[in-house]
Design a protein around this ligand. Structure first.
Ligand code: RB5
Length: 150
């Protein structure tokens, strides 16, 4: 499968529910990517770890190749996701970080903060993140050191 068309699992809390709906539309309507929505499904207050866990677990166990997590700042979701094995979640509220998180870190979960960035920037970050390949080489060797952490 074209890597850019890899199905994606997405989750957010209430603070980024509106952004989640916009990112879902970009993925499905503009990019033709299949999306699994792990919730939340409204702006009613929820606990972000519940949704971060669903997405991170699905990527960690190989059910999905890529995940997207959104909360107010993106900080809580990235903390949750990075506790799972094989998760490389990158909090990217700017374009440069999004590109580098793919090139150097082979990030498999993109995290953004719905209270930090606007919808237009978020879409740009999403597209840059999906379209930038991992460079491998010395960066692969560095990532392999993650697996030696007890
Ligand atoms: C929710 O109020 C907020 O704490 C959450 O969205 C997130 O920013 C946590 O890191």
């Amino acid at each position: 499968m074209d890597e850019n068309k890899t199905p994606v699992i997405i989750g957010s809390d209430h603070a980024a529910y509106c952004l989640k709906e916009k990112i879902k539309a970009c993925l499905m309507e503009k990019r033709g990517v299949e999306v699994e929505d792990a919730g939340t499904h409204s702006e009613d207050s929820v606990d972000y770890p519940d949704f971060g866990i669903r997405v991170a677990d699905s990527v960690s166990t190989g059910k999905f190749g890529r995940g997207i997590l959104l909360c107010g700042t993106g900080i809580g979701m990235s903390m949750v996701a990075n506790r799972f094995p094989y998760i490389r979640a990158a909090l990217c509220n700017d374009l440069f970080s999004a590109i580098m998180s793919r090139k150097h870190n082979n990030a498999n979960v993109l995290v953004m903060g719905g209270r930090v960035i606007g919808d237009v920037l978020a879409e740009g970050i999403l597209n840059a993140w999906l379209d930038t390949p991992f460079e491998g080489g010395r960066h692969q060797l560095r990532l392999e050191k993650f697996d030696r952490i007890g």
